[in-house]
Design a protein around this ligand. Structure first.
Ligand SMILES: Nc1ncnc2c1ncn2[C@@H]1O[C@H](COP(=O)(O)OP(=O)(O)OP(=O)(O)O)[C@@H](O)[C@H]1O
Ligand SMILES: [Mg+2]
Length: 300
């Protein structure tokens, strides 16, 4: 599978503070990859290195198999970047700003596509940028990004300030981009957004990637919530390996957290007591993240 991003052992310090410590990050062609982690973890720094705005101290940083620092001009023709805190030229109108941002990619502008996006985002492009609200400034950069015919979208908290309707439109546009074979790197604190949009994720914490894989793979590392009812009481359930936080209720109802890799053994055990009801909830991305943030070593 060809890669749009290949980062190996990327290290970057500011003075004697190590912001990125041997970061590995891969995004495959056609994939939407979530990039998540707490504030100050190193997401924007990694993205700035990918964009050739910051030079790595060491490691390999390739975008489309090209060196992110040395070949950034070539790379920029094929990517669109959306920062979460867009600083626009205050005296240009939204429309002029979009035109300028699009010119930076070279290539012809698809006016029909552009007009359609302006309409869908309900942006008045005739207003000066300095008069725009935070959400409207964000719309300007999103319109310019999605109007550009590029292969790869690098989005760093792109929906900050958008209302729920616009957030939904953003999600539609990411799906459309994916359907058209484009690739996306999406850094976000909105976990529902990441869960809905991303094929795979990387989790960064204190400058180190602590987990990377598809959502299913990551969920596998943690616990599911299980609610069951049996015909007969199940003695010694709390002692069974892989069961945590057991709550016993009336009528042989039990609630517990189970380790995913013990699921089969636990089910076999429970079936001896005639299961009559079973509800399982996979861990949400939020469960997973909190688990990681609270346990720096990962693990159960
Ligand atoms: N130019 C800089 N000079 C010094 N320190 C910096 C610089 N840029 C970033 N840092 C530090 O590097 C660390 C990582 O910052 P970064 O902006 O990459 O975090 P982030 O993951 O994007 O966080 P957030 O979710 O808040 O956007 C932080 O501790 C930050 O203070
Ligand atoms: Mg950031």
């Amino acid at each position: 599978m060809s890669k749009v991003i290949e980062v190996k052992n990327l290290t970057k310090s500011f003075g004697n503070f190590t912001a990125l410590d041997k970061v590995n990050l891969n995004v495959n062609k056609g994939e939407v990859h979530g990039f998540i982690g707490p504030n100050g973890a190193g997401k924007s720094t990694t993205i700035r290195v990918l964009l050739g705005m910051l030079k790595a101290d060491s490691g390999q940083v390739k975008v489309f198999d090209q060196d992110a620092w040395k070949q950034s001009v070539d790379i920029h023709r094929r990517i669109a970047y959306v920062p979460g805190d867009a600083n626009l030229w205050p005296n240009l109108t939204g429309g002029q700003t979009i035109d300028l941002l699009l010119k930076m990619h070279g290539g012809p502008v698809n006016q029909t596509r552009l007009d359609d996006l302006i309409q869908r985002f309900e942006l008045d492009p005739t207003k000066k940028s300095r008069t725009y609200s935070k959400g409207n400034r964000q719309k300007v950069v999103l319109i310019a990004a999605f109007a550009a015919d590029v292969d790869f979208y690098i989005l760093d908290e792109p929906t900050s300030g958008l209302d729920p309707l616009m957030e939904r439109l953003f999600q539609e546009l990411v799906f459309e981009a994916k359907e058209n074979g484009k690739s996306v790197l999406l850094s976000s604190h909105i976990l529902s957004e990441v869960e809905r949009l991303c094929d795979s994720v990387s989790i960064i914490r204190k400058g180190q990637i602590i987990e990377s894989g598809t959502l299913d793979e990551l969920r596998h590392l943690t616990r599911s919530k299980l609610t069951i009812q049996t015909e007969m009481p199940v003695p010694g359930l709390a002692q069974l390996e892989g069961i945590h936080d057991l709550v016993e209720m009336d009528d042989n109802h039990y609630q517990m957290q189970i380790e995913s890799q013990r699921l089969n053994a636990i089910m076999q055990h429970l079936s001896d007591f005639n299961l009559v009801k079973l509800e399982s909830q996979p861990p949400t991305l939020e469960d997973l993240l909190l688990h990681h943030y609270e346990n720096p070593q990962g693990g159960q």
